[in-house]
Design a protein around this ligand. Sequence first.
Ligand code: PMP
Length: 351
Amino acid sequence: MSYFRSDIEAMKGYTPGEQPKGRVLVKLNTNENPFPPSPKVIDAIRNYPFEELRKYPAPYSDSVREAASKVYNIPADQIIAGNGSDDILTILFRSFVAEGNSVGWLNPSYSLYPVLANIQGGEHLTIDLKEDFSLPENLAEKAKGSKLFFITRPNAPTGNAFEKERLRQFVADYDGVVVIDEAYADFCTDNCFDMIDEFPNLIITRTLSKSYSLAGIRAGLAFSNKNLIQGMHKVRDSYNVNGLSQAAATAALLDQEYFLANTAIIIKTRESVEKTLKNLGFDVKPSEANFLFCIPPMDAEKYTHAVKEGGFLIRYFKTTGIDNYVRISIGSENEMDEFLSLTATILKDNK
Ligand code: PMP
C-alpha cells in the first residue's frame, strides 16, 4: 500500500538538469550565468545583519519589489516575489487551477508545467509548435476551454522569441489567464511588459537565476495588474523568500550597470558561438536566450557523451521530436573557445 495520492504515486516528477559531483565539469546544461553575482550582491550578503536571522523575513519581500518597481517602472503592488520563478509557477497553479481544470502550454517548452499541472490535478492541453518552433495558427481557438495558458518567450529549450503581435492577439482572444514566462527575456531584443496594462488576464514572470547570476539564491518575480497579484499573495507561503535572498536579489536588481554589461557580453558570445557552430556543420536555431538549440552533424546523444568526456556538460533531451537536438548554454568567452575546439576534435574523430 502506498501512502501517496494515487496520481502522485503514478507521476514521474520533474528531473532538474544534472549538477556535477566529483569531477569538475564546465556547466553549459542549465542556462546559468558564467559571471559571478554583482560585487554589490556579495557586499549585501557580507553586510547582512545576521542577528536579524532569528526573525522572520519581510513577508511581501518589500525591498525586492521596490527595487523591481524602480527597474521595470511598474508599481510595487503589481509585483510579487518568489523563491525562484519555479515558486512563482507553483503559486500560479495554486491560484488558478482547481482539480480537473484544463491548463495549456506549447510543446516543446518548459517541462515543469506538466509536472505542476499533475500535482494540482489539472488536465493537460498541449499545443504543438510548428516545425520551425513558431506559433501554430488559431492558437486561441486551440487553447479554448483551458483556464491558464503558459507561453515561454524566448522559448525554452528552443530559444526563439514568438512574434509579439501574435501573442498580443492571443491574450486578447483567450478567456483564461495567460502567463508569459520571460525567464530569458533579458537576452532578447524586446519583452512583453508593455502589454501588462492592456489586459486584465496577463501575468509576466521573470527570474534572477539567469541574467542576474543568482540561480543559487532562488529569486523570481511576477508582474501583472493589482487584482491578479493580490490573489496570488493569498496562496504563496507566508515567508516565501528568505531574508538573505531578499537582500541579494535587491542588490542585484539595483546594480543595473553590472547586469547590462554582462548581458551584452553573453549576447555577443552567443552570436559568435552560433557562427562557429554553423561553420562546423551544426543546424543552429535562432536564439534570443542565453543558450543555443541545435542539431549537431553527428548523433546528438553520442555528441553529448563525447562532450562530457571532454569536461563539458550540455543538455540532451531524449524527448520524442527533439531527440536529435542539444541545448548549449552560453558560458564565458574562454569556456566557449575551449568548448568549440573540443567540438571540432569530436567531429573530426567521428567522421
Ligand atoms: N522558466 C523557464 C522557462 C526556465 O527555463 C526556468 C529555469 N529552469 C525557470 C522558469 C525557473 O527558473 P528559477 O526557478 O531558477 O527562477
